[in-house]
Design a protein around this ligand. Structure first.
Ligand code: ADP
Ligand code: ADP
Ligand code: ZN
Ligand code: ZN
Length: 944
C-alpha cells in the first residue's frame, strides 16, 4: 500500500486480534467503535506507546537501561512511525503550581514581554522610574543646549583617608588622571597627593573624571566614554556641563550636573526596583516570588475561627477548643490559675475580651512558664514529625489568602511593572477572552512595539488557540488541578498547537469530551490545523462532527472485549454510511432505526428548589430541579453547569443531610430535599490512582470469589483461608511487589514507569497460592478474565454472579476483573461507580448527580446506559446529569439550559423544560441545535 504511512502488522495488544492496519502520514485519522472494542488499545497502547518508546530511546541513556526491560507492544512489526505525543485527559500535572498559563507557555511569553517592555512606576508615589544605559545617557548629553564643555565621570565613595590611598593608586594604574572632591579638582599625580588627602579627610564623595569633552562631540566618543563611566562606576555616571546658571561650583567655575544610573530607583521614595528579567515575573522563582507565601498565594496558618469556634463561650467554659482535649487540658488549667493575677476575666464571652487580654492568651506569661496559644502551637509545630500531632495540628489550621501579596504571588516591586496599565498578575487573573481583547487594543510606544512584536505575536497566538478549543472563559491563572478532564486535555492540545513541531504523530483521546456541540466546530478547526502543519493526527472519538472532518475512519469492533478487536471498516465518513456491517455506519445512516434514542417520557414527581445561587459566575439564580426523571443540565463550556450542580446543589443537599466534609458555593435556600434520602455524586474523578483497586474489588465481588477458592479441597488441606487469596494481605501476596504485580520506577523528569514484577510475573501472588485451582483456573487467571467470562465461569455462585451482573448492566462486561483502576478511562470509572452503587444493598430515593456519563461511549453503549438510568428511575431514584451529547439530551425528560454564554456572559438559566419547549427558545444555544436535530429526525422519518 501507500509508502507514506505507518504500517502496523500483527497487533495483538489487549483484545486486538492480529490486526494489520495502515495509518497514512499527515492525515487526520479517527478511530471509532463501541466502548471496549479496542480503539484505545490500538491508538494509545500501540501507536503512541511504541512511538514514545522509540522517542525516549533516542535521547536518554539513563532511561534506556529501563527500557530494555519494558514491554514493547505485542505485535509483529511497526514501520514508518514518527515520534508520538499523546494529548489525553489523564496526563496533566496536578500540582498547585501548574496553571493554564504555564501549561500553554503563554505565561513564559508574558514574562518575556514584561521583561522587555513593561513600564515601571514607583509603588509608593506612582512616578515613572527609569533606568539609564550608556546609549540613552549619551543621547541626553548630546541633546543639551547650547553645546558646551563638559567633564564626564563616575561617582566614587572614599570612606576614609586610609582607604583612599589604595583606591587612588588603583585608579591611577587604570589610567584615570583627574578627580573632583568638594569644590576642587585634583590631579592623581604624586604632586597633589597631600592636598587631596587633606580634602578627603574622614571620607568624601568624589567624582572620577573619565573624559573631558564637548557635548557636541561625535556621538561615538560620547557613547564610548559613557560606557567606560558606567562600567567603572558600577552602573552610574555623572556629567558636569559648563554653564553660567549651573549650581555646582568647581575651581571657581559653575557647572550643571547630570546623573545617570542603571539602577531602577525612585529618588523621591528611595525605593530600589529589581531589573526586569523574565524569571523576576515568575512566582516559581525566588527572585520574584512573594516572600511570605513563597509564590503559592496562600499560606497555611492557625485559624482563630477554628481555635475558638464559638465566641459566646467563656474561657472557663472552654472557648479555646484545642485545650478541651484531655491531652492539653492542663494548658487551660494553667491559664485559669494565673488569670486572677493578670486581670484576665474567665467568665465573660470570648468575644468581649479586650485586645490586651487576647494578647495575653496569645503570647502567654513567660515568668509563669505559660506559653499561651503561640507557644502551644510552636510546640506542636516542633513535634509534628509525630503523625497524631500532625493530624491534631491540622484541625486548627487553614489555608488563607496570603495577605502580603493578596494572592498575586509576586513581590510588590515586581507588580510595579506594568504593560498597558496592568501588572502581570492582573493580566493572568483575567479570562482568556478578556486578555485577548486587552492585547489586541494595547498601545505601546514605537520603540516598545518593535521590541515586543515577536513576543506579542506568540502571546496572541496562544490566546487564540485557547479560544479556538473553547477555553476562552478560563482565567489564565486557573490551576490545572481545578479543571475537568476534558478541559485539561484541551489545554494540552493548545500546547501542541503552540509548538512548531512537525512530522509528529499526535494521538488524541476523545477531545470533544466536555464540549458543547456549538463549540465543536472550532475545536475541529484546531485539530485540522495540527494536521495541516505537517503532522499525523490520530483521534479516538464518538462525535459525528469529528467523523465528517476525518480523512479516514477506522472502526474497531464488532463488539467489545473478546468479541471486538478487529478492523470492521476503513474509509471515509461517506463510505461508512454506505457500508453494511459497520455498527457506527448503521447508526449514522439510521439503518438501525435509531436516529434518536427512544424512551418513554416521565413526569416529575416533585421538585427541588434552589434559590439565590451566586457562586463563581452564577447570577444569584433560582433553579427548580425535577425529581424522579432524567434531567440534563446543558450549556456551553464555562456557562456555570458544574458551579450549579457540582459546587452548589450537591454541597447544599449534603449540608442538609449533614454529610461531612461537604462545602458549597453561596446560595440562599434549598427546599424539597425532604423527598430525598441520599445524594450521590458520580463524577469523572478516577476511582483510585493505585493499581490495587480494580473492577472486581470495587463492586465487592472479590470477597465471594476468594471464598470459592478457599473452599476448594486443596486450599482446605493446606489451611489457606480467603485471606490468602487477597493480594492486599501478606499471607498470599508476592513479597517483591507486595501484591501490585508491578514495580513503579520513579523517572524523575518523566512520568513514572510501571514494570511487570519479575518475581511473580505480574500475577501478584506467591507460587503456592497459584497452585490452588478451581475448575482448572487459579486466582490470577480469574483476575485476567473479562466480566463476561467470569459470569459464566462462576455459574452456580449466585452471590458472585449478582455483583458481576451489575458491571454488565452498565456496559462494562468487556473489562478484565483485575484491570487496574488507574488504567480505566474516566467514562469507565464513572460507570463503575454506578455499578458499585447498584450492587450495594438497595437504598431508597437517592439523587444521582452525574458529570458527562456518555464520555467514551458509542451510541450503542448509550442505549445501554439509558436502560440503566431507566432502571434507577423505576426504583424511585432521581437523576441530574451534566451532558453535551445531543442524543442523550434529546432523550431526556427535562432540560435546564445554562448560558447564554460563558463566564460573565453565562450563569443564568436561559431555558428549562421538556426538549420540545427548550428547542423553541431562541436565546438558547442548546435549543437551537436541538431544533435542527429534531427537525432533521422528522425529515428522515418521513416516508420518501
Ligand atoms: P476502547 O478504547 O475501544 O473502549 P480498549 O482498547 O480500552 O477499548 O479496550 C479493549 C479491550 O482491552 C477491553 O476488553 C479492555 O478491557 C482491555 N484492556 C484495555 N486496557 C487494558 C489493560 N491495561 N490491561 C488489560 N486489558 C486491557
Ligand atoms: P461549566 O461547568 O458550564 O463548564 P463552570 O461552572 O465550570 O462551567 O464555570 C463557570 C464559570 O466559573 C467560569 O467562568 C469558570 O472560569 C468559573 N469557575 C469555575 N470553577 C472555578 C474555580 N474552581 N475557580 C475559579 N473560577 C471557577
Ligand atoms: Zn504572598
Ligand atoms: Zn510480584
Amino acid at each position: 500500500m501507500n509508502q507514506r504511512s505507518i504500517r502496523l502488522r500483527g497487533v495483538r495488544v489487549h483484545n486486538l486480534r492480529d490486526v494489520d492496519v495502515d495509518v497514512p502520514h499527515h492525515q487526520l485519522v479517527v478511530f471509532c467503535g463501541v466502548s471496549g472494542s479496542g480503539k484505545t488499545s490500538l491508538a494509545l497502547d500501540t501507536l503512541y506507546a511504541e512511538g514514545q518508546r522509540r522517542y525516549i530511546e533516542s535521547f536518554s541513556a539513563y532511561t534506556r537501561q529501563f527500557l530494555q526491560r519494558l514491554d514493547r507492544p505485542d505485535c509483529e512489526s511497526i514501520e514508518g512511525l514518527p515520534p508520538a505525543i499523546a494529548v489525553t485527559r489523564g496526563g496533566a500535572s496536578r500540582s498547585n503550581r501548574s496553571t493554564i498559563g504555564t501549561a500553554t507557555e503563554t505565561a513564559d511569553y508574558l514574562r518575556l514581554l514584561y521583561a522587555k517592555v513593561a513600564d515601571l512606576t514607583c509603588l509608593n508615589c506612582g512616578q515613572p522610574v527609569r533606568s539609564d544605559d550608556p546609549q540613552s545617557a549619551a543621547n541626553q548629553l548630546a541633546a543639551t543646549e547650547p553645546a558646551a564643555r563638559a567633564m564626564l565621570g563616575f561617582p566614587l565613595l572614599l570612606e576614609s583617608k586610609l582607604h583612599a590611598v589604595d583606591e587612588l593608586s588603583y585608579l591611577q594604574q587604570q589610567g584615570f588622571l583627574r578627580l573632583i572632591v568638594g569644590d576642587r579638582s585634583f590631579n592623581l599625580g604624586d604632586e597633589s597627593r597631600g592636598e587631596l588627602a587633606e580634602a578627603i579627610g574622614d571620607g568624601a564623595e568624589a567624582i572620577v573624571i573619565v573624559d573631558r569633552l564637548k557635548t557636541s562631540d561625535a556621538a561615538g566618543r560620547l557613547t564610548e566614554s559613557m560606557e567606560t563611566a558606567f562600567a567603572e562606576g558600577a552602573g552610574q555616571a555623572v556629567a558636569l556641563i559648563e554653564s553660567a546658571e549651573g549650581e555646582t561650583v568647581i575651581d571657581g567655575k559653575s557647572w550643571q550636573a547630570m546623573k545617570w544610573s542603571r539602577q531602577r530607583k525612585c529618588e523621591t521614595c528611595q525605593i530600589t526596583y529589581p531589573d526586569p528579567e523574565p524569571r523576576l515575573f515568575n512566582f516559581n522563582n525566588p527572585l520574584g516570588a512573594c516572600p511570605a507565601c513563597e509564590g503559592f498565594g496562600d499560606i497555611v496558618d492557625v485559624d482563630m475561627d477554628l481555635v475558638v469556634p464559638d465566641r459566646s463561650k467563656t474561657l472557663r467554659e472552654g472557648a479555646i477548643q484545642p485545650w478541651n482535649t484531655p491531652s492539653y487540658q492542663h494548658e487551660l488549667e494553667e491559664l485559669l490559675a494565673l488569670a486572677d493575677d493578670y486581670d484576665l476575666p474567665v467568665d465573660v464571652p470570648f468575644s468581649r475580651l479586650t485586645k490586651k487580654q487576647r494578647r495575653l492568651i496569645d503570647e502567654g506569661v513567660p515568668e509563669r512558664e505559660f506559653g499561651g496559644l503561640n507557644g502551644f502551637f510552636a510546640w506542636l509545630e516542633r513535634k509534628k514529625y509525630k503523625m497524631h500531632i500532625r493530624v491534631f495540628l491540622s484541625r486548627w489550621r487553614s489555608y488563607r489568602r496570603c495577605t502580603t501579596c493578596n494572592g498575586q504571588r509576586l513581590k510588590d516591586e515586581v507588580l510595579a511593572y506594568r504593560v498597558g496599565g496592568k501588572n502581570i498578575a492582573e493580566v493572568c487573573a483575567m479570562e482568556v477572552d478578556a486578555i485577548a481583547r486587552f492585547f489586541a487594543d494595547v498601545k505601546l510606544a514605537d520603540r516598545e512595539a518593535e521590541i515586543a512584536d515577536d513576543v506579542l505575536h506568540q502571546v496572541r497566538n496562544r490566546l487564540g488557540y485557547l479560544q479556538s478549543v473553547g477555553l476562552g472563559y478560563l482565567q489564565l491563572d486557573r490551576t490545572l488541578r481545578t479543571l475537568s478532564g476534558g478541559e485539561a486535555q484541551r489545554v494540552a492540545l493548545t500546547s501542541a498547537l503552540g509548538s512548531s513541531l512537525v512530522n509528529m504523530l499526535y494521538v488524541l483521546d476523545e477531545p470533544t469530551a466536555g464540549l458543547h456541540p456549538a463549540d465543536v466546530p472550532s475545536l475541529i478547526e484546531s485539530i485540522v490545523r495540527l494536521r495541516d502543519r505537517g503532522n499525523t493526527v490520530a483521534v479516538v472519538e464518538h462525535n459525528e462532527a469529528v467523523f465528517a472532518a476525518a480523512d479516514r475512519l477506522i472502526e474497531v469492533g464488532p463488539g467489545a472485549g473478546a468479541s471486538g478487536g478487529e478492523i470492521v471498516f476503513e474509509g471515509t465518513a461517506d463510505e461508512m454510511v454506505q457500508t453494511q456491517g459497520s455498527l457506527t455506519g448503521d447508526y449514522l445512516s439510521g439503518r438501525r432505526g435509531m436516529l434518536s434514542l427512544q424512551r418513554d417520557r416521565l413526569q416529575p414527581r416533585g421538585w427541588l428548589k434552589l434559590t439565590g445561587a451566586s457562586g463563581n459566575n452564577l447570577q444569584s439564580i433560582d433553579v427548580d430541579f425535577p425529581l424522579g426523571v432524567l434531567c440534563v443540565v446543558t450549556g456551553v463550556s464555562g456557562s456555570g453547569k458544574s458551579s450549579l450542580v457540582h459546587d452548589t446543589l450537591y454541597g447544599a443537599i449534603c449540608r442538609r443531610k449533614k454529610k461531612s466534609g461537604a462545602t458549597s458555593l453561596p446560595y440562599s435556600d434549598l427546599v424539597g430535599d425532604g423527598q430525598l434520602e441520599d445524594v450521590l455524586l458520580v463524577d469523572q474523578s478516577p476511582i483510585s490512582r493505585s493499581p490495587r483497586s480494580n473492577p472486581v474489588t470495587y463492586v465487592k465481588a472479590f470477597d465471594s470469589i476468594r471464598k470459592v477458592f478457599a473452599d476448594t479441597l486443596e486450599a482446605r488441606t493446606r489451611n489457606f483461608g480467603a485471606g490468602h487469596f487477597s493480594f492486599n494481605s501478606a499471607a498470599g501476596r508476592c513479597e517483591a511487589c507486595e501484591g501490585d504485580g508491578m514495580l513503579q520506577i520513579d523517572m524523575q523528569f518523566l512520568a513514572d514507569i510501571y514494570m511487570q514484577c519479575p518475581e511473580c510475573k505480574g500475577t501478584r501472588y506467591r507460587d503456592e497460592i497459584l497452585k490452588i485451582r478451581y475448575r482448572d483456573r487459579n486466582i490470577a487467571d480469574v483476575l485476567k478474565m473479562t466480566v463476561r467470562q467470569a459470569v459464566s465461569f462462576f455459574r452456580g455462585y449466585d452471590k458472585v454472579q449478582e455483583k458481576l451482573k451489575r458491571l454488565t448492566d452498565v456496559g462494562l462486561d468487556y473489562l478484565q476483573l483485575g484491570q487496574p483502576a488507574n488504567t480505566l478511562s474516566s467514562g469507565e470509572a464513572q460507570r463503575l461507580k454506578l455499578a458499585a452503587f447498584l450492587s450495594a444493598a438497595q437504598r431508597r430515593r437517592t439523587l444521582f448527580l452525574m458529570d458527562e456519563p456518555t464520555t467514551g461511549l458509542h451510541v450503542a453503549d448509550i442505549v445501554k446506559l439509558l436502560g440503566c438510568f431507566d432502571a434507577l428511575l423505576a426504583d424511585g431514584h432521581s437523576l441530574i446529569v451534566v451532558e453535551h451529547n445531543l442524543r442523550l439530551i434529546k432523550a431526556s425528560d427535562y432540560i435546564i439550559d445554562m448560558g447564554p454564554g460563558a463566564a460573565g456572559n453565562g450563569g443564568r438559566v436561559v431555558a428549562a423544560g421538556e426538549p420540545e419547549v427548550v428547542k423553541e427558545v431562541a436565546e438558547s444555544a442548546t435549543g437551537q441545535i436541538l431544533k435542527r436535530a429534531i427537525e432533521a429526525d422528522l425529515a428522515a422519518s418521513e416516508p420518501e
